[in-house]
Design a protein around this ligand. Sequence first.
Ligand code: ZN
Length: 298
Amino acid sequence: MKVADAVKALNQANGSHLDPIYIPSLGREVMFYPLSTADVKTLTRMNFLDEFDIQVEGIKLALFDKLCSEDLSDTAVLDANGKEIYPAISAKTINQFDYLSFLIGIRQMLNNKLTYTFTCFNSEKPCNEQFTYEIDMLEKFDDIITNFKRQTEFFERTDEKTGNIWKFGLTNFSMHDYLFFKFFMNKLKETDVDSPDLEFETQFVKPILYIKNIWFNDQLIEDWPTLSFPEKLSFWNKIPPNITVNSLGTEFGTLPDFIQKTFWEEKLVSLIENINVMCPHCGKIYNGSFNFDDFFMF
Ligand SMILES: [Zn+2]
């Protein structure tokens, strides 16, 4: 046997061991090839560095296409006029729920558990215990992943000062766009050292991810979907704050309020933020230790 023969035999063996992974956007399982050593290396790259690297994240995201054994090019959803409602499923279009489910599937293939090390800082009962916390991702996210359905929502609001009517078409955003959003916010953090409140800025900017279309006084702003992220932000900044800024509590008052109450991505954020970690030594409970991006580390 030569190397080429061995590779051929390996590929054939791999082909017969496909693994099913549930893809929420499709509402069904898709078969994936098992990971090669090179794929595992890709996943574990940058594991020990805490920095966000859009290229590394992009390579990880591309594994979806690389490992997918099915041709998904015919999975676009069209309306009666043939206009695309949802694009065909691929690494470029999958949303956070598809990607989360995909990564949980990969973790299971690898028999890999997500484990974190914590150090307790309890001053009341002096404790600095170091302990590990293991997350069973399948158990934690099974409900939200299996119950997720793709969303298309509309939000309309009249600006009382000017009488202008703003209407927004909203959908779940792609992981691909989310990575650009992260990249952009990280750049802002580096360059805008004077910004006193990056948390506020992130909350202000994030709704842009959900906005697929904007109508101004019933006129569709045609080039919105083709604008770059900074161009979108520049326009978003010009829309009155009684539409764009979270009003913290007013029922469906502004677009961010509506998004927070409506979209599953926001439910996922609060599910993750409400994971409690308890110190096994002193019993102190830590809340808000995780964010969405923590689950993409291997
Ligand atoms: Zn403790």
